[in-house]
Design a binder for this molecule. Structure first.
Ligand code: ZN
Length: 346
């Protein structure tokens, strides 16, 4: 009774003084050791020994049982610590085995390999527009393992989008397009970060561009296209811009900071309102944005990994009706009001 009382006193004192349970257990083990020593060393009939109660064998059994319980609890807590959820890893952290397996066919390519895949993982790409061109571009950037993908669009998914905007789904009609796109990209690749911005890209949101390494523009209105070009030139960010109508599409990489023209060098005259019909007015063949949007993702991967020859200073025009692809040279204009002054001809 004396020993049990002492033990309870030690535990209660430790609790009051906020001593960690592990330390209180150590104190109890010390008490047990003192009792054992008293039983083993003091002569039989000693007053203290009889006051402690029991004998050496009883106390050895008590100590052994307590030791087994302590070992079990300790083992359990270690096991729990081991299966605790892992924190999300940084973009420059090494690949996990599941990622190596996922990107194995990229890593096999001589032009990409492990270093190229690592560049994709640390890259930050902003896609303007989650429509026809944005759909395949976003899906392929996600599948390819681009680490951070921003998507900006103010619209909501409509039924008439689904003939070509394959990142969305019938069940997501009415949702913001950026939210629908995020759902599809996360379902495809949980190892990437998606940043949705449900708004229009304008001067107020221009600072977004500074957060990204590469911008892809697949919007279908000229105001946004010229604005994105101006913002990219000012921030010295490379821009992959594409456009489609009916059966034809075009795409180029505009990067005057590293040579080549900007979008406005190539298309200096903004078409008069109504002269170039939008897809909503003139129609568009369903797979055409799939082809050109996939080319945008392809050029993005080439640019980020340094593979091949980019479309810098070259404009690719694809005519689906005649199955014809042409590439024409595009020059920087020294008198370009956007890139001519701040970036003299390279
Ligand atoms: Zn220019």
């Amino acid at each position: 009774m004396l020993v049990l009382g002492l033990g309870a006193g030690i535990w209660a004192l430790g609790w009051v003084m906020d001593v960690a349970p592990r330390r209180r257990l150590v104190a109890l083990a010390g008490l047990w050791a003192a009792v054992m020593l008293a039983h083993l060393l003091l002569p039989e009939g000693n007053g203290l020994r009889s006051a402690l109660g029991g004998d050496a064998r009883v106390w050895a059994v008590v100590g052994g049982l307590a030791g087994v319980v302590a070992a079990y609890v300790l083992g359990l807590s270690r096991l729990r610590a081991r299966v605790a959820p892992v924190a999300p890893i940084a973009a420059d952290a090494p690949f996990r085995p599941a990622e190596l397996d996922r990107y194995a066919r990229h890593i096999l390519l001589r032009e990409i390999g492990g270093p190229g895949q690592q560049r994709l993982k640390s890259a930050r790409v902003l896609v303007v527009g989650a429509g026809g061109l944005g759909s395949p571009a976003l899906l392929y950037l996600a599948a390819a393992g681009v680490g951070t993908i921003g998507v900006i669009d103010e619209d909501r998914v409509e039924g008439s989008n689904l003939q070509r905007q394959i990142i969305h789904a019938d069940a997501r009609i009415g949702l913001p397009k950026v939210q629908s796109a995020e759902i599809a990209m996360r379902a495809l690749n949980p190892f990437i970060e998606v940043r949705p911005y449900q708004r229009r890209l304008d001067d107020a949101t221009a600072s977004l561009i500074a957060d990204y390494d590469l911008i892809l523009d697949g919007t279908d209105n000229f105001d946004t296209r010229y604005l994105v070009n101006r913002l990219c030139v000012a921030a010295e960010k490379p821009l992959i811009s594409a456009a489609i109508t009916q059966w034809e599409g075009q795409i180029s990489l505009y990067d005057p900071a590293r040579g080549g023209p900007c979008y406005e060098c190539v298309f200096p005259e903004r078409p008069l309102p109504g002269m170039v019909p939008t897809c909503a007015e003139a129609g568009v063949a369903a797979p055409l944005p799939g082809i050109i949007g996939s080319m945008m993702a392809m050029e993005a991967i080439k640019h980020l990994t340094g593979a091949g020859t980019p479309l810098r200073g070259r404009l690719m025009i694809f005519d689906a009706l005649y199955s014809d692809a042409r590439v024409i040279g595009a020059k920087k204009r020294p008198d370009c009001p956007v890139c001519g002054l701040s970036h003299p001809v390279a």
